[in-house]
Design a protein around this ligand. Structure first.
Ligand SMILES: [Zn+2]
Ligand SMILES: [Zn+2]
Length: 347
């Protein structure tokens, strides 16, 4: 089977490897759609080292069909089913796990990291992940939409942690695929008014089509425009959907009392700092919340939303590049010019 193996930063080779052998309880999946996350770009370029060891098969956003199993399948699965895969297997025992943050478990293993991920024709799901419920059936939707469930669940996790349900107004800073997912989710969660900021005009058009009530290009006057648009009340939740400090800094003056800032996107520079005047946080009772990956219950909830048609995501799937040209796929994803770029393992 074909598999894209990363041996070191920038050393990514497509290889013909053996089909994984299954042990009792394991499931074999035929990958139907694998998407390139910004994290994969950073791993490929060597800008992300955390949790990465070599060689590795990237791809933690993928959908597949159930191809084989060693022993009986769980009741909710049958051979041939379209599934999406929750990529994390937390330890269940560490501080993060026992305090309800299993998604940031320091001992976790994950598809696309320690476990070979979706940039491959076939993926073995170990019995422990099958038992934990990581393989989620999603019949009736496209393979691309099924693969989008993972990043969408990450956005959902971020919105939950930022108490988005209680927000009247939200500012989404950055309208790449993840920013657009935030806008669509926020609408579902009942956020009344959403403003989206992005320098690229086409993205602002898509942001509007996704449900943004106002879209703006970042500029000297943007924060004032945002504040005026809220009638002076300010923004309840700001989502940083791009890993840049200027996704936040220019808008501090537009935040409401009690506002939440979601530091959603990862940053390339490990030492990057956000600068928020301490007294602004103090007197305004602001909250800064992180968000990393998602929990299994988020993932299953979002899978159900996509499956029911409540969330339309097919247009968020961008160019699907044959696996032989996997480096082109990563470079296209890195360019930020496309929607969610994919690696097509069978093309
Ligand atoms: Zn991702
Ligand atoms: Zn743990």
């Amino acid at each position: 089977m074909k598999q894209a193996v990363l041996h070191a930063p920038l050393d990514l080779k497509v290889e013909d490897n053996d089909i994984p052998t299954l042990e009792s309880g394991d499931v074999l999946l035929r990958v139907e759609s694998a998407l390139v996350c910004g994290t994969d770009v950073r791993i490929y370029e060597g800008r992300k080292k955390r949790n990465v060891s070599y060689p590795t098969v990237m791809g933690h956003e993928f959908s597949a069909t159930v191809a084989d199993s060693a022993g009986p399948l769980p009741a909710e699965l049958s051979l041939g089913d379209l599934v999406c895969v929750y990529p994390l297997l937390p330890c269940g025992e560490c501080v993060a796990c026992t305090r309800d943050h299993p998604n940031i478990c320091r001992n976790r293993i994950a598809f696309g990291y320690q476990l070979p991920g979706g940039f491959s024709q076939l993926v073995r799901v170990p019995a422990a992940a099958v038992r934990a419920g990581n393989v989620v059936p999603v019949g009736g939707i496209s393979p691309g939409a099924a693969a989008i469930v993972e990043p969408l669940a990450c956005a959902y996790n971020g919105q939950r942690l930022a108490s988005a349900r209680d927000a009247q107004t939200m500012l989404v800073s950055g309208c790449g695929p993840l920013g657009l997912m935030h806008i669509r989710l926020a609408k579902q969660l009942g956020v009344q008014r959403i403003v989206a900021v992005d320098p690229i005009p086409e993205r602002r058009v898509t942001a509007e089509a996704s449900g943004a009530d106002l879209t703006l290009a970042p500029g000297d006057d943007t924060a004032r425009q945002v504040l005026d648009w809220t009638g002076g009340a300010g923004i309840d939740v700001l989502v940083m959907a791009v890993g840049r400090t200027d996704a936040l800094h220019p808008y501090l003056s537009a935040l409401a009392p009690g506002a939440r800032v979601s530091v959603f996107a990862g940053f390339s520079g490990e030492g990057t700092a956000l600068e928020i005047p301490a007294n602004d946080i103090h007197y305004n009772e602001w909250t800064v919340v992180g968000a990393s990956s998602c929990r299994l219950d988020d993932f299953r909830e979002v899978a159900a939303m996509v499956r029911s048609g409540a969330l339309q995501v097919d247009d968020l799937v961008g160019t699907q590049v044959p696996i032989d040209d996997v480096v082109d796929a990563i470079e296209l994803a890195a360019s930020g010019r496309d929607m969610r770029v994919g690696v097509a393992p069978w093309a």
